[in-house]
Ligand binder design. Structure first.
Ligand SMILES: Cc1cc2nc3c(=O)[nH]c(=O)nc-3n(C[C@H](O)[C@H](O)[C@H](O)COP(=O)(O)OP(=O)(O)OC[C@H]3O[C@@H](n4cnc5c(N)ncnc54)[C@H](O)[C@@H]3O)c2cc1C
Length: 429
């Protein structure tokens, strides 16, 4: 009896391994005889997508690589606050997608309407489609307009959110330029999780710096949907030094959460019923994963849940997601994080295609913020997978010194510029 079962098991195992061997042979046979290359398609040419393209293009001998991006040029969000604050020109943060044409890469400049999962097809706006064997998605974020009553997408009566690569920085900057003396600017900062946690406070600082240079009298009121924020002590110290009585922060508990807007009269109402009137209103809306995931019925919650070893979307074989669209546990939504994730994703996708073992990934994030032209500070964290390999956990964090010298702030400014230059050179150069 035992013998028979062992025999049956052995035959079963043999059968399975022969099937495996057969499939492997078919794979290599197709590769060798018909030059079959698995089709890898990337959606989104922002930081996550362009980083994957950079690493995977080294393997274009055995994969067929395509990238789809809706914009002709890429405007980065990192350093966009420096453009608003007059420290950089707009053209300094815009990159041509011509780098996507290198090394036999198929670049499609179109908007993806939907992914047909059953047929492994990507449906484009011009009614054509693309097939994939493996799909990588890094399409960024979309907005929860409905969280603030009266808030409308593209309302011309308020400042544009300028929270993604769309080209509205000019109009943002012009309206700051046109501000009358003694104006009040209201900034509504979103609730977690959202793209680049310190960026609302950096934006407030650099607007303040710009208006002081223009000798304007003004007040910036940050109404916050949170009770604290990243690098709070650092920002508060900088505001105390340079923008005393110019920037005021109202926490959620103190009634900072904006719940209603009347853009005609430039009034916002907060959760405790208080009304604030501004000359300019800037709402940074609450966020969720890109609309594409909802249009394609890939998720029903706000963010994508992935396997942190290879970034495969839970419940969907051969679909991988990275960057701001995912819930990356302890990792914040940043360009540095997206770039770090892209290395693990690309390496493990190649390992999967070559049927090699997955690497156990490690990640890094450093996020620089500016309070003034030569005053940058940062927070750095490093990450690994937990022992169950089902979440990304922080191993430690290092923040700049709150009382750092001018020299240290300047040194970090040089590092921040260096980081931006090497990232953009790496992925768009
Ligand atoms: C003001 C601001 C300052 C920031 N500063 C920093 C910083 O200093 N350091 C840092 O690390 N991070 C910073 N970030 C965060 C950083 O920009 C994002 O975390 C990063 O861009 C995320 O990369 P991603 O690939 O997920 O999304 P994105 O870079 O936004 O890329 C998404 C791409 O997909 C394309 N796309 C979307 N939908 C479609 C579709 N349906 N069809 C075709 N194409 C599509 C978009 O056009 C876009 O190019 C900042 C963000 C903001 C808002």
């Amino acid at each position: 009896m035992i013998k028979n079962r062992s025999k049956r098991d052995f035959i079963k195992k043999m059968g399975l391994s022969l099937t495996g061997l057969f499939l492997l042979n078919v794979f290599y046979f197709r590769k060798a005889k018909s030059n079959y290359k698995p089709k890898v398609v990337i959606i989104g040419g922002g930081v996550g997508g362009a980083s994957c393209l950079r690493y995977l293009s080294d393997y274009s001998n055995f994969i067929e690589l395509s990238i789809i991006e809706k914009n002709k040029n890429i405007q980065t969000c990192p350093f966009s606050n420096l453009v608003i604050g007059g420290l950089k020109n707009h053209e300094d943060i815009v990159f041509e997608t011509k780098s996507f044409y290198r090394k036999k890469i198929n670049f499609v400049n179109d908007y993806v309407n939907k992914i047909d999962i059953d047929n492994k097809k990507i449906l484009l706006n011009d009614k054509s489609f693309l097939n994939y064997d493996f799909l990588i998605l890094s399409p960024g974020i979309s907005y929860k307009w409905e969280n603030i009553f009266g808030l409308k997408k593209n309302d011309p009566k308020i400042l544009p959110h300028s929270w993604d690569g769309d080209k509205n920085l000019h109009s943002f900057k012009k309206r700051i330029d046109d501000l009358e003396n003694n104006s009040t600017i209201i900034i509504s900062s979103p609730d977690y999780p959202y793209r680049c946690p310190p960026a609302p406070y950096e934006r407030a600082s650099l607007i303040a710096n710009y208006l002081i240079k223009k000798r304007k009298k003004f007040k910036i009121l940050i109404l916050d949907s949170k009770d604290s924020f990243t690098k709070k002590k650092l920002f508060m110290r900088e505001w105390d030094l340079f923008y005393k009585n110019k920037i005021e922060w109202v926490s959620r508990s103190d009634g900072g959460q904006v719940v209603e807007i009347d853009s005609n009269n430039k009034i916002v109402k907060t959760k405790n019923g208080q009304k604030y009137k501004g000359d300019i209103i800037h709402i940074i809306p609450d966020q969720k994963a890109s609309d594409l995931f909802f249009q394609s019925k890939l998720i029903s919650n706000d963010w994508c849940n992935v396997n942190p070893v290879n970034f495969e979307l839970n419940g969907f074989k051969d679909i991988y997601v990275l960057g701001d669209s995912i819930d990356a546990w302890d990792m914040p939504k940043s360009a540095f994080s997206a770039n770090s994730q892209s290395k693990a994703l690309s390496q493990n996708l190649v390992n999967r295609i070559l049927e090699k073992e997955y690497i156990n990934p490690a990640f890094l994030n450093t996020c620089y913020s500016f309070s003034a032209p030569e005053r940058a500070f940062s927070i750095s964290s490093w990450y690994r997978l937990n022992s169950e390999k089902n979440r990304i956990v922080s191993l430690g964090t290092k923040e700049s010194d709150v009382n750092a010298s001018d020299y240290q702030r300047k040194k970090e400014t040089i590092e921040a510029y260096g980081w931006y230059e090497s990232l953009t050179k790496e992925i768009y150069g």
